[in-house]
Design a protein around this ligand. Structure first.
Ligand SMILES: C[S@@+](CC[C@H](N)C(=O)[O-])C[C@H]1O[C@@H](n2cnc3c(N)ncnc32)[C@H](O)[C@@H]1O
Length: 288
C-alpha cells in the first residue's frame, strides 16, 4: 500500500488487511483514511479515483490490525454529539451510555423544578457523561451542582482535559474517590447519582481480545463475578446519598435481576427502556 494510490484501492487493501482484526473492516478503513487526509468520509465515497498517500494511512491500519481501537488511533470519539478526547488513560465511551446520560439529564430537569439538585457521576472515566449533563444546563435558569469522581488519577487527568475542551471545567467538581466515599463528608450528598461501573468478570478481562485489550483494566474489571463494584455501590448508596435519591446504573447484559436482588431495602428498581430492547440501564429510587 506504499506511495500514491487511489482512494478506492487504498480502501480495498485496508479492508482486506482488517478483515480478521475488526468486525467492521470497511468502516474502520474509511474512518481512518478520512482522518489521515483530513476529509469527511462522504468525500471519500464521492472521490474513489482521487490520489492519496498510502504511507501514513498504512501506519494507522497496522495499529488497527493489532487491535488498537479506532477511537485511540484518532484520539477522539463522537459521543452524544460531543467530541470526547480518548486515549488509553480511560475507557472509550460507548453508544449505550448515551441512554444513561439522557436518563440522568431528564431526572435532574424534573428535580430542578422543585429545588436545588446535587448530582454525582461516579466513575467518570473520560468525563463524557458529566460533560453531557453539564452542557444541558449551561444556559438553563437552574442548574445542578455537579460532582464527578473516579479512582484512577489517569482517568481524572483525561476528564479534566475533556471538561476544559467543552467549556465546563468550572462547572463540574472533579474528585479522586472510591465510589461515594466523600459524600456527606468533604462533598455534598447526591440527590441523583449516575454510574457506569466496571462490570466485567475478571476471567473475561484476562481473556479480552481486540480493542478491549487496550482499555485500562480498572475500567472493566468487576471482580470474580463482575459485580464487586456494583455490590459495594449498592451497599453504600443509602448511607451516602440523600433520602429519596435516584441512581442510574449501566449494567452488563443479564445483570438486571442480580441488581434487583442486591438493591437496598425499600428501593425500587426499574429498567430504563432502550430502543434496542436491551436491559442495560436501571433506575433505582431510594425511599424518602
Ligand atoms: C466502565 S468505566 C466508565 C467510564 C465512563 N463513565 C464511561 O461511561 O465511559 C468505569 C470507570 O470506573 C472507574 N473505577 C473503577 N473502580 C472505581 C472505584 N472503586 N471508585 C471509583 N471509580 C472507579 C475506572 O477508573 C473507570 O474510569
Amino acid at each position: 500500500m506504499h506511495g500514491s494510490l487511489t482512494v478506492a484501492d487504498a480502501l480495498r487493501a485496508a479492508t482486506e488487511r482488517l478483515r480478521d482484526a475488526s468486525p467492521t473492516p470497511r468502516l474502520d478503513a474509511e474512518v481512518l483514511l478520512a482522518h489521515v487526509i483530513g476529509r469527511e468520509r462522504s468525500w471519500l465515497l464521492a472521490h474513489p479515483e482521487a490520489d492519496v498517500d498510502g504511507t501514513a494511512f498504512e501506519a494507522l491500519i497496522e495499529r488497527r490490525a493489532i487491535g488498537e481501537p479506532v477511537a485511540y488511533i484518532r484520539g477522539f470519539k463522537e459521543w452524544h454529539s460531543l467530541r470526547i478526547r480518548t486515549d488509553p488513560r480511560a475507557l472509550i465511551p460507548r453508544p449505550e451510555t448515551e441512554l444513561l446520560a439522557d436518563a440522568a439529564i431528564a431526572e435532574i430537569h424534573d428535580r430542578l423544578t422543585s429545588g436545588p439538585v446535587v448530582a454525582w457521576e461516579v466513575a467518570t472515566g473520560s468525563g463524557a457523561v458529566a460533560i453531557a449533563i453539564a452542557r444541558q444546563f449551561t444556559d438553563a435558569a437552574a442548574s445542578p451542582e455537579l460532582i464527578a469522581t473516579d479512582i484512577s488519577a489517569d482517568a481524572l487527568a483525561l476528564a479534566a482535559e475533556n471538561l476544559a475542551a467543552h467549556g465546563v471545567a468550572g462547572v463540574v467538581t472533579l474528585e479522586r474517590a472510591d465510589l461515594l466515599e466523600p459524600a456527606g463528608d468533604t462533598l455534598p450528598r447526591p440527590d441523583v447519582v449516575v454510574a457506569n461501573l466496571p462490570y466485567v468478570a475478571s476471567a473475561e478481562v484476562d481473556e479480552r481480545r481486540g480493542s478491549l485489550g487496550f482499555e485500562p483494566r480498572v475500567a472493566l474489571d468487576g471482580g470474580p463475578d463482575g459485580l464487586d463494584l456494583l455490590r459495594r455501590f449498592l451497599t453504600e448508596l443509602p448511607e451516602k446519598a440523600e433520602r429519596g435519591a435516584t441512581a442510574f446504573l449501566e449494567l452488563g447484559v443479564g445483570q438486571v435481576d442480580t441488581i434487583r436482588a442486591l438493591a437496598p431495602a425499600g428501593a425500587s428498581v426499574t429498567v430504563v427502556p432502550d430502543l434496542a430492547g436491551l436491559d442495560r440501564v436501571v433506575r433505582l429510587d431510594l425511599p424518602d
